[in-house]
Design a protein around this ligand. Structure first.
Ligand code: SF4
Length: 340
């Protein structure tokens, strides 16, 4: 228990009672309706979603009504909100709920289709009073500021740390606290130029007191995508493709694949040189493919050379137990090419 945080949460709850946004889903504790509002709020501004929410609830006032509808009709009520997978997941949730009732604990709510920790935390705290946090980017901003934590809010681990800090100091009414934090984030503790002079927890806020409100939260920039332009050489012998185990490669080390070389300024030169060294036929261009690794994209021109009995094929094998997807994409190019 952190006394400072307990005091902050009490002040936030009091502030919320007088300053909360009047939203239609704040007037209910029906878990189905809270679920609809929470799923709609992902990727959508609260003010935008209100008319959609009202129309949706009017047409589908219960999980049973939503479960029985055709997906096409559900999607028509979602039109304009985007991210249509959310609507499909919501209807799947409704089917589960219609069949077995609404789950009443955080852990069970988390099992509903498309429901993550944020939504499960919101529903379980608002509707069932469970002492669970619902942590999104807004919550992370407020909490790292009041506690002056220089944790990277882009990291999943930070979400867990903040959720634990909230849950350890949770007030008697967890749903109200979760909503109070969100309202403070949207009206006062803004990402840029927070309105600290209007903030109910200014005296307790460590970032304010230490002059850190412009440097917290810390958010690492996403790594830029790096594109590597490559040439790959597929070697065929007697109608079979040859693979070689990659050694000391930065990507896919120790897996079986084809030789992949950085593209030379002159197209095809890298593989032509290799084919010459291995005593293979002149490489024929088959096509190109892309493969995305976590931070590098391979854009690969795929070539084919045929081997003969005098080719130097040390280490090449015609059977590979597991072929990584990056190489499977090259095999697709090979299969589709009329030049093979
Ligand atoms: S004092 Fe400023 S930085 Fe701290 S919580 Fe309030 S608005 Fe955010």
């Amino acid at each position: 228990m952190n006394e400072n945080l307990t005091q902050i949460f009490n002040l936030l709850t009091q502030w919320y009672e007088n300053n909360k946004r009047d939203l239609p889903f704040r007037r209910t504790k029906d878990p189905y309706k809270i679920l609809v509002s929470e799923i709609m709020s992902h990727q959508t501004q609260i003010t935008t979603l209100v008319p959609y929410y009202e129309r949706f609830i009017q047409r589908y006032p219960s999980a049973e009504a939503l479960a029985e509808s055709s997906l096409d009709e559900v999607l028509s009520y979602w039109e304009g909100l985007g991210y249509y997978n959310r609507a499909k997941n919501l209807q799947n949730c409704a089917k589960t709920v219609a069949a077995s009732g609404f789950p009443r604990s955080y852990e069970e709510i988390l099992k509903l289709p498309g429901v993550g920790p944020y939504t499960a935390g919101a529903i379980s705290s608002i509707c069932f009073g469970e002492k669970k946090a619902s942590v999104d980017g807004n919550t992370l901003r407020v909490l790292t500021r009041v506690l002056a934590l220089d944790l990277d809010i882009a990291k999943e681990k930070t979400k867990k740390v903040i959720a634990s800090r909230i849950e350890e100091n949770m007030t008697e009414d967890p749903g109200t606290l979760n909503q109070a934090i969100l309202d403070l984030a949207s009206a006062v503790c803004l990402p840029k130029n927070p309105k600290c002079s209007l903030c109910p927890v200014r005296d307790q806020c460590l970032s304010f007191n230490k002059g850190l409100t412009e440097v917290i939260p810390v958010k690492s920039k996403k790594q830029k995508k790096v594109i590597e332009n490559n040439e790959a050489l597929i070697i065929e012998k007697d109608g079979r493709l040859l693979f070689k185990k990659r050694q000391d490669e930065s990507l896919l080390n120790k897996t079986y694949g084809f030789p992949v070389l950085k593209r030379d300024l002159e197209d095809g030169k890298a593989v032509k040189d290799l084919a010459k060294d291995l005593n293979l036929s002149l490489p024929v261009y088959l096509g190109s493919c892309k493969h995305q690794f976590s931070h590098i994209q391979w854009v690969t021109d795929v070539y084919l050379s045929k081997a003969n009995d005098n080719s130097k094929l040390d280490g090449f094998v015609s059977e590979a137990s597991v072929v990584p997807t990056a190489f499977k994409r090259m095999i697709e190019v090979y299969k589709k090419s009329p030049h093979k």
